[in-house]
Design a protein around this ligand. Structure first.
Ligand code: SAM
Length: 275
């Protein structure tokens, strides 16, 4: 008998994946955690019955959450990833030689532990000496940080359970304080088909705090609706004004300098959410 994992993206719609084997299925101190091998997408991390990352399509999300803000900043040295326990965002951050230190703050040590074991190609950056890992609540960590980071990425779960506070105006204001005077931040802001209100709220909250606020998208097949958004807040630097010579050659499978700019070209129904 074949086993299938189904994520209900809404009460009436979802996606389903055939499971080869289940490595982990447990309740951690913060969330339900499953690590499975799927027929179609390779190994897959699932939290609270939502797909977090898969070996086959993870590169899209991780390249876009990392490189767009990192190229927007002229010389990023200190980088913070809030969430991101699978390690994919820091793997991409480490491709930037200017980066001297990348701090990852994830509330759930089990995500880090199992990602290192079952997602080795995603969690490959953890051994780098520039990486510092803290297992604590990102909301509290940010509150204690002042002018410390050039770039901050919020690679969190959806606004349920431990991540609810990470989608608040208070958190974005605290991020503003934690950034250097020309700092840049980005947060994953879910999908426009099923979470339009979340995107509108997040974009307008960030717009009230940061002089430069932009929304960009990427195609991630295993995420709800397949069309994902990222909201960027920047104190000075505009992602649409990055100079050609700022980009350098690196190994990617989705991100290119052309995609950097194209990802900000929004379909009308998405653009209307930023008005
Ligand atoms: N890319 C995925 C997405 O867009 O849905 C997110 C992947 S990453 C695994 C999400 C991480 O956020 C999880 O490891 C979870 O433990 C972490 N997280 C949730 N709430 C958090 C909080 N308050 N502070 C720090 N990390 C948190």
């Amino acid at each position: 008998m074949s086993i299938w994992f189904t994520e209900k993206q809404t009460g009436n719609f979802g996606i389903t994946a055939k499971i080869k084997q289940t490595y982990v299925s447990e309740r951690t101190d913060f969330q339900e955690l499953q690590m499975v091998e799927t027929e179609e997408w390779g190994n897959m991390l699932i939290l609270d019955d939502m797909v977090m990352t898969t070996e086959k399509d993870e590169f899209v999300y991780h390249e876009m959450v990392a490189h767009v803000p990192l190229f927007t900043h002229p010389n990023p040295k200190n980088v913070l990833v809030v969430g991101g326990g699978d390690g994919g965002a820091i793997r991409e951050v480490l491709k930037h030689q200017s980066v001297e230190r990348v701090t990852l703050v994830d509330i759930d040590g089990k995500v880090i532990e199992y990602s290192k074991k079952y997602l080795p190609t995603i969690a490959s950056g953890y051994n780098d000496k520039r990486v510092e890992v803290k297992v604590e609540d990102g909301f509290m960590y940010i509150a204690d940080s002042k002018k410390a980071f050039d770039v901050i990425m919020v690679d969190s779960t959806e606004p349920v359970g431990p991540a609810v506070n990470l989608f608040t105006k208070g958190f974005y204001a605290a991020i503003h304080e934690a950034l250097t005077d020309d700092g840049v931040f980005v947060a994953q802001t879910d999908n426009p088909w099923f979470k339009a209100d979340l995107i509108k709220q997040a974009f307008h909250d960030v717009q009230e705090i940061f002089p430069v606020t932009r929304l960009y998208t990427a195609n991630i097949p295993t995420y709800p609706s397949g069309l994902w958004t990222f909201t960027m807040g920047s104190k000075i630097h505009d992602p649409l004004k990055v100079k050609e010579e700022r980009f350098f050659e690196m190994e990617t499978k989705y991100f290119t300098p052309e995609i950097h700019f194209a990802s900000f070209v929004l379909p009308k129904f998405v653009k209307d959410m930023t008005k």
